[in-house]
Write a protein that binds this ligand. Structure first.
Ligand SMILES: *[C@@H]1O[C@H](CO)[C@@H](O)[C@H](O)[C@H]1NC(C)=O
Ligand SMILES: *[C@@H]1O[C@H](CO)[C@@H](O)[C@H](O)[C@H]1NC(C)=O
Ligand SMILES: *[C@@H]1O[C@H](CO)[C@@H](O)[C@H](O)[C@H]1NC(C)=O
Ligand SMILES: *[C@@H]1O[C@H](CO)[C@@H](O)[C@H](O)[C@H]1NC(C)=O
Length: 696
């Protein structure tokens, strides 16, 4: 197998001790310098943030005291609320419209300032989020860094034969006349702008779920994906989120070998993660990328901006099996928590997807684990049914659809008792699967075949929609929001088709729905919607066990739960008969160099952190065993295990799971005490959720 692309050396032991020495020296120096520094800089700080005051700025004006030379504002302000003008990096200006008391904060002298907030009911980034009290009103930025045909149709229309990012990248790279892969970078640069992020805050939203591909870290030959280029734009996006006070759920959307065989995993077709002959090897690589991302987001500069990390999007549990996926989740959990330590304030919440197995099957999973979130993606669009019940009724009430969406509420409430924090990481206005490329794209460039039982034409052109259709769609959307409680709409923006010249999958675009009137301009108006239409929705009482939010007991996994998932690699895998000697499984060895994701740079501000939070986490990364001929990691899921393979643990000196040094958490992080101490009220009614949860 091929060599890894760009790599940066990790500090080894020796470097660590030199650093430790320097740090000790720095403490001495700082003790002298700090008093002076604070006198000088604090003044600045209070000038910059003085008007923010925690309660919003007056409409149309920045806070008092602003005006100390910020090029991103025509007045030089470092903070501003509704009506302030913002200058983007390329000089174009827009007016920040936020009727909800939100304000942006950006001071070029303090680029990591976390004082911004998106609205008056969401705590600023510098203040902790309280699960059970604060509610997630979020939106995904699909199609930005992971390119799906129905979100960015024009790029796929240009390259007939492209069905996923693998084939798109191959065709695009060959098209040097059009600039080759620079077209992809241009997409990262322009599809979502700073103004979009400002509009997200202005729409009453408070979180972004940001899908990213593993190839923002590296690629291995022969993967055709654009390696590392997106990282610069991902960090730029995170910076905008900070500026507008939006929290980010960073979602690792693609996994080596593919975790679901869907086009949005990078390559459509096979599952080769925890499945088939390369299943363990691909999982070893995935754990390494999860580690790299955790190292980055756990740095103090990012903890408040990225309080949630979704480690694997939509693993296909029906094919892979819950046992293997659960074991991987535990490996990933331990990898992350050995970097961050446990307890509130130490790294992000870890979000796991239900894998289409239903929320109830995760009841009691890893009880005691520190700050986990269960994520589900309910869609009627993909239930395989004709869905012909009318949504455009004379009353404009959406017919039976809103009540059907409200049916999700009971499974969400139940899961908050059974598991803990539960979110709807994806949902949309699409009650059917109409829309250009919504069912994928064929090699001839045609849209996939919808299962909808009527004509799709209406749902591909929102300019023709009647007021009653719009209000029906709005009712369905608000019902979905209310039922999910903590939600992330899929997705903020759908690009225009080059063939039709319009957004041809309008049921999926939050921004289009805001403009067109089928998305509520104030998401709070959806709260209580289900009971208003007569569907009982008794929301979760809002009290979690202390361990679920990083308080007492967090990180002590119940022995029985631990025991059922701790053996790794999984004793059995789908897709292959594990050889009697499991050490014959294809694996990588841990002698590679972990890849570090770089920090952004700023003019005139020195950034000392280097992208790797925990220097004690210095084990190697997965790399092919020299001389081993591995099967294709993306395309040989049905291959039988060769007898006597020399590429398994037997050949690598017994290294099976990736090396994980129990890490000492850097001293800068102090474990805070939990804000939530109440225990879960035991709910007795164990209603079986029959909601439609389907793949996308
Ligand atoms: C927000 O600012 C805009 C533009 O200045 C203004 O038209 C609007 O009335 C303001 N809204 C609120 C709620 O202050
Ligand atoms: C957090 O930000 C608010 C403004 O949103 C500011 O008033 C407050 O002082 C900040 N708190 C800390 C601890 O920096
Ligand atoms: C600046 O960027 C925005 C957003 O991408 C774009 O709409 C605008 O045309 C650009 N302006 C210039 C002068 O390039
Ligand atoms: C391709 O993507 C669309 C939209 O996400 C999805 O509905 C479809 O099932 C996918 N097809 C495949 C084969 O991955």
């Amino acid at each position: 197998m091929g060599a890894a692309a760009t790599k940066r050396p990790l500090l080894k032991r020796r470097g660590f001790w030199i650093l430790a020495g320097l740090a000790a020296l720095a403490v001495v120096v700082l003790a002298v310098v700090l008093p002076v520094y604070f006198v000088v800089v604090h003044k600045h700080g209070s000038t910059a943030n003085g008007g923010s005051g925690g309660s919003g700025t007056p409409a149309g004006s920045g806070p008092p005291g602003s005006g100390n030379g910020n090029p991103a504002s025509p007045t030089g302000a470092t903070s501003g609320g509704n009506g302030t003008v913002v200058t983007m990096a390329n000089g174009t200006q827009f007016t920040y419209i936020n009727p909800f008391g939100g304000y942006w904060v950006y001071d070029p002298k303090a680029p990591f300032n976390n004082n911004a907030r998106p609205n008056s009911w969401t705590p600023p980034l510098n203040t902790s989020w309280t699960w059970g009290k604060d509610q997630v009103f979020g939106v995904n930025l699909g199609g930005l860094f992971v390119l799906e045909p129905f979100i960015v149709p024009a790029l796929y229309e240009k390259y007939v034969g492209a069905v996923d990012e693998w084939t798109l990248s191959t065709l695009m790279a060959a098209d040097t006349a059009s600039g080759g892969m620079s077209q992809l970078e241009n997409h990262y640069d322009t599809f979502i702008t700073e103004e979009d992020i400002a509009q997200i805050a202005g729409a009453g939203l408070n979180w972004i779920r940001l899908p990213i591909p593993f190839w923002c870290i590296e690629t291995w030959s022969p993967e055709p994906f654009l390696a590392r280029t997106s990282w610069t734009y991902i960090v730029r996006l995170l910076g905008w989120a900070r500026k507008y006070g939006l929290r980010v759920n960073l979602d690792l959307h693609t996994i080596p070998g593919s975790q679901n065989g869907y086009n949005h995993s990078g390559r459509q077709g096979q599952v080769n993660w925890l499945y088939g002959v390369m299943g363990i090897a691909n999982a070893e690589r995935a754990l390494g990328y999860i580690r790299t991302i955790a190292e980055f987001i756990s740095q103090p500069e990012w903890q408040n901006v990225v309080p949630m990390f979704g480690i694997v999007n939509e693993p296909l549990v029906p094919q892979i099996g819950q046992d293997a996926v659960g074991r991987f989740y535990l490996q990933a959990y331990e990898t992350i928590r050995s970097i961050t330590g446990t307890g509130e304030g130490n790294g992000a919440y870890i979000s796991i997807h239900d894998g289409f197995a239903g929320l109830t099957s995760w009841k009691g999973f890893l009880t005691g684990a520190d700050r986990m979130v269960l994520d589900t993606h309910p869609y009627f669009a993909f239930n395989g049914q004709p869905n012909t019940a009318p949504i455009d009724t004379p009353a404009g009430d959406g017919g039976t659809w809103p009540a059907q969406a409200c049916g999700w509420a009971s499974m969400i409430t139940q899961s908050q008792t059974d598991f803990g924090i539960t979110v709807g990481g994806e949902f949309s206005t699409a009650y059917n699967d109409c829309g250009l490329f919504v069912d994928g794209i064929t090699a001839t460039g045609a849209s996939g075949t919808p299962t909808f039982g009527g004509s799709c034409a209406l749902y591909q052109d929102s300019s023709t929609w009647t007021p009653t259709l719009k209000s029906g769609l709005k009712a369905f959307t608000m019902a979905s929001m209310d039922a999910l409680e903590n939600w992330f709409y899929w997705t903020w923006k759908i690009g225009v088709s080059s063939k039709t010249g319009i957004v041809s999958a309008p049921l999926w675009s939050y921004s289009l729905g805001l403009a067109g009137g089928w998305i509520p301009t104030d998401p709070r108006s959806a709260v209580g919607y289900c009971s208003s239409i007569g569907v009982a929705n008794a929301p979760f009482p809002g009290t979690y066990s202390a361990w679920q939010t990083g308080g007492t007991g967090a990180g002590t996994i119940a022995p029985a739960a631990q025991a059922s998932y701790s053996a790794y690699p999984p004793p059995s895998l789908s897709g292959i008969a594990i050889p009697a000697d499991a050490s014959l499984l294809y694996q990588y060895t841990s002698t590679g160099t972990p890849v570090t994701l770089p920090m952004p740079t700023f003019t005139g501000v020195k950034v000392t952190d280097n992208g790797w939070y925990n220097t004690a986490d210095n084990g190697g990364a997965a790399t092919p065993v020299a001389g081993c001929a591995y099967p294709d990691a993306w395309a040989e899921s049905s291959l039988a295990m060769p007898v006597g393979s020399a590429c398994g643990a037997a050949a690598t000196g017994g290294v099976v799971a990736p090396t994980r040094t129990p890490a000492t958490v850097p001293a800068t992080t102090t474990a805070a005490t939990a804000t939530t101490t109440a225990t879960v009220a035991t709910t007795t009614a164990a209603t079986t959720a029959t909601a439609t949860v389907r793949r996308r």
